[in-house]
Design a protein around this ligand. Structure first.
Ligand SMILES: Nc1ncnc2c1ncn2[C@@H]1O[C@H](COP(=O)(O)OP(=O)(O)OP(=O)(O)O)[C@@H](O)[C@H]1O
Ligand SMILES: [Mg+2]
Length: 451
């Protein structure tokens, strides 16, 4: 691969075996300045700040008027992933590829694409083209010679194939194949759990730490799991059937319930069960509030996508509650827009479904609403069991569960944590009962309110 930052090397030679320098060396002083002016007139710009278009016309050996650009402007993550595909192609074709300046006299720039932790817990990153133009001669990327321009600055985000107008259809086919590859294993983020946030008003998607939440760890009534299975069928067993009947494979699930009953845990179980098939995007509060439409647009980058909007009532309110309702209006409009997409699942969680606008609950926005109840005594005993069985202590779980009337799953977990903090791995039924009844496992202030 040859890196070329200015217009003075490479490109079309002005005569067989003669370089620009050789011609200039043999010219008179007057001839040299005339050639320079001519060069700048033809190129419109001083030679050292060649634009990608000038780079392309020179390498493709075409007239500027015969240059065509086949562009893709997509969500920000797609640019990084396309950049990664470009990197792979550059490596594949090695020395034959010529890299040029992205314009404005700047050198080619590269960005880091974070791939998250590998099996050994080491953070993996790849360096991908950020802003540059690359020339691929005929017979490398395509039968015809082409240039690819990538620009990942958030205000210009562009991936374009520069070709001669006669090769425009070749460029279009190539761009389509690049876009297809976004949804294939060539996209290293596809099928994983990602975390979305907003920076500079623009969605950033990064790899989230692995989720290993499993169903067995979450004690919920059978009917809740049945509903979850119906929801998941749209992504798994019934997906092809729904699609073949033209009934749509999108689905929205609203999970409601008081704090600490396992809503977030449930969402993580669902995301973990879809790893490899669906890409999960966990939206943070900023992206839910400011960039929801962009977040859904990221589904174009990944194919089948699960969008998780946890604690949605923190950013959305009721239309009648007064105040700024623009985020609610945006939210409703965005969910309506999602219907045009395919294979998008949405799960939102809320402490209080009534605080959500009835329009948001309407079946076309959320197909299902599942309420997680407070755990009954048997569930509390089972949750205690999840935490206590590994310790092998002789504790009567059902008796303990009776002492924890009104406690959520999160409360039960906190009682066990408090016992471990006070007594280590060995404590008695009496000690655990004392902690449960004393209430000292509770934080003194209402953390939910003040933190
Ligand atoms: N039914 C349950 N079975 C097992 N563990 C539970 C259950 N409910 C809650 N927990 C545990 O309690 C902790 C808190 O649960 P989680 O964060 O899912 O609650 P939440 O409903 O999302 O609460 P919030 O409304 O505050 O976000 C988690 O560690 C979770 O595993
Ligand atoms: Mg939660």
């Amino acid at each position: 691969m040859t890196i070329q930052e200015s217009d003075t090397d490479g490109g079309r030679r002005p005569g067989p075996g003669r370089t620009v320098d050789e011609i200039l060396a043999s010219a008179t002083e007057e001839g040299r300045s005339t050639l320079k002016v001519l060069g700048e007139l033809v190129g419109n710009e001083p030679a050292s700040v060649a634009s990608p278009a000038q780079f392309a016309t020179r390498h493709l050996r075409i007239d500027p008027l015969a240059l065509a650009s086949t562009r893709f402007t997509g969500p920000s993550t797609s640019l990084s992933i396309l950049g990664n595909l470009l990197r792979l192609e550059m490596e594949k074709h090695g020395e034959r590829v010529v890299i040029g300046s992205p314009g404005d006299g700047l050198p080619p720039t590269w960005s880091q694409l974070d791939l998250g932790l590998d099996e050994r817990g080491i953070n993996r990153q790849v360096t991908v083209p950020g802003r540059l133009v690359a020339f691929f001669p005929a017979g490398t990327l395509a039968p015809a010679g082409l240039c690819i321009l990538v620009d990942d600055r958030h205000w210009s985000r562009e991936f374009a194939i520069l070709s001669s107008t006669t090769d425009k259809s070749v460029a279009e086919t190539l761009l389509a194949s690049f876009r297809e590859r976004l949804k294939s294993p060539d996209n290293p983020l596809r099928g994983r759990v990602l975390q979305a946030s907003v920076a500079d008003g623009c969605i950033r998607v990064g790899v989230s730490p692995a989720i290993d939440s499993r169903r067995e760890g979450l004690i919920l009534p059978e009917e809740v799991w049945r509903e979850i299975d119906v929801f998941l069928a749209a992504a798994t067993t019934r997906r092809d059937l729904l699609r073949s009947l033209g009934l749509g494979t999108n689905r929205g699930l609203l999970v409601a319930g008081p704090p600490g009953v396992g809503k977030t845990h449930l969402v993580r179980v669902i995301a973990a069960s879809l790893v490899g098939q669906y890409t999960t995007i966990l939206a943070d509060a900023g992206s839910m509030r400011h960039a929801l439409a962009d977040l859904y647009a990221e589904s174009d980058t990944f194919g089948p996508t699960l969008v998780v909007l946890d604690d949605i009532d923190l950013v959305l309110g009721h239309r009648d509650a007064g105040g700024d309702n623009s985020s609610l209006a945006d939210f409703l409009a965005t969910l309506d827009g999602v219907r045009q997409r395919e294979d998008v699942l949405t799960i939102a969680t809320t402490n209080d479904p009534k605080s959500l606008d009835p329009a948001a609950q309407r079946s076309s926005r959320f197909d299902m609403i599942v309420s997680l109840p407070m755990p009954d005594a048997a569930s509390r005993a089972a949750i205690l069991g999840r935490h206590l069985v590994p310790l092998g202590l002789p504790i009567d779980l059902h008796a303990m569960a009776e002492h924890l009337e009104g406690a959520t799953g999160a409360d039960v977990r906190e009682v066990v944590r408090r016992a471990i903090l006070e007594h280590g791995s060995s404590f008695t039924q009496v000690q655990l009962t004392d902690i449960a009844l004393s209430g000292r496992w509770r934080a003194n202030v209402n953390r939910r309110k003040y933190l």
